[in-house]
Ligand binder design. Structure first.
Ligand code: MLT
Length: 265
């Protein structure tokens, strides 16, 4: 097991492959590092890849205090992990919550990011009704655990095409959601309290790739277009037939976009 002690907790991470560049893969909610298996397989021959379980996920520690979770704390954990591994700069690849968390990571540790990939993400904070929804989900988890959400969430996360035609991907998505209740509660807390990062977009000055599933209903193509318009020189790739988990739903298109971008650096 590869683990590092960072910020007083144990963080589990995959560290594989080799190459001149290191890719940091940051998963979304409520998924864990295994979300990235298809990308690790595709990229490990040319790049060093580090893929951690954020606190509360997979094999990492699960702090009890829900208020101790925030995107800033996740960002601090990632920077401390890079310190532990002696890695100075990374290509930061974040999907969804992993993308939201790119913003505090850039604010605090921007000199460590040589290029950026924001997949199925957005810069805005949650609207009030979004905050309420997350609070209701926290309540549901506290009273009955995560089982109901594991059954319900894939319908919202995946495209209709995936839902109708790729039952194996639906099952895989559910399997990736098996994490401790506090990991879920902590991420919901982190996401619902995150600030708006829209003003930060124009200051991003590293090569940036934005990817979005055409049928992403959580962070829709319009949110991706807005980031693309404001991040100078950024590329935008819209993946047909994919929803919010575009790397899982259409791995070939996702990996192709990623490989093209990495090859251009
Ligand atoms: C994620 O995939 O990280 C979440 O679905 C994002 C969100 O709920 O806003």
């Amino acid at each position: 097991m590869a683990t590092a002690k960072v910020n007083g907790i144990k963080l589990y991470y995959e560290d594989t492959g080799s190459g001149d560049k290191t890719i940091l893969l940051v998963h979304g909610f409520p998924l864990g590092r295994r979300l990235w298996e298809g990308q690790i397989e595709a990229l490990r021959n040319g790049y060093r890849i580090v893929a951690p379980d954020l606190r509360g996920y997979g094999d990492s520690d699960v702090p009890d205090d829900i208020d101790s979770y925030s995107l800033e704390v996740y960002a601090d954990d990632l920077a401390a992990l890079l310190d532990e591994l002696g890695i100075e700069k990374v290509v930061y690849v974040g999907l969804s919550m992993g993308g939201y968390l790119a913003f505090p990571f850039l604010r605090k540790y921007g000199d460590r990011v040589e290029a950026l990939v924001l997949a199925d993400a957005r810069a805005e904070a949650d609207p009030p009704e979004g905050v309420e929804k997350r609070s209701a989900q926290q309540e549901q988890i506290r009273t009955e655990g995560t089982g109901g959400l594991v059954e319900a969430l894939p319908r919202a996360l995946l495209s209709k095409t995936t839902w109708d035609q790729k039952p194996d991907v639906v099952e895989r998505a559910k399997a990736l959601m098996k994490h401790p209740d506090n990991g879920w509660l902590g991420s919901l807390q982190a996401m619902k309290t995150r600030p708006d990062s829209s003003d930060q977009l124009t200051s991003i000055n590293v090569p940036t790739l934005i990817i979005v599933g055409e049928e992403d209903g959580i962070t829709p193509p319009d949110a991706a277009r807005k980031m693309h318009e404001h991040i100078g020189g950024s590329r935008l790739v819209v993946i047909p037939d994919a929803g919010h988990l575009s790397n899982l739903e259409s791995p070939d298109a996702f990996n192709g976009a990623l490989a093209d971008f990495l090859g251009s650096l």
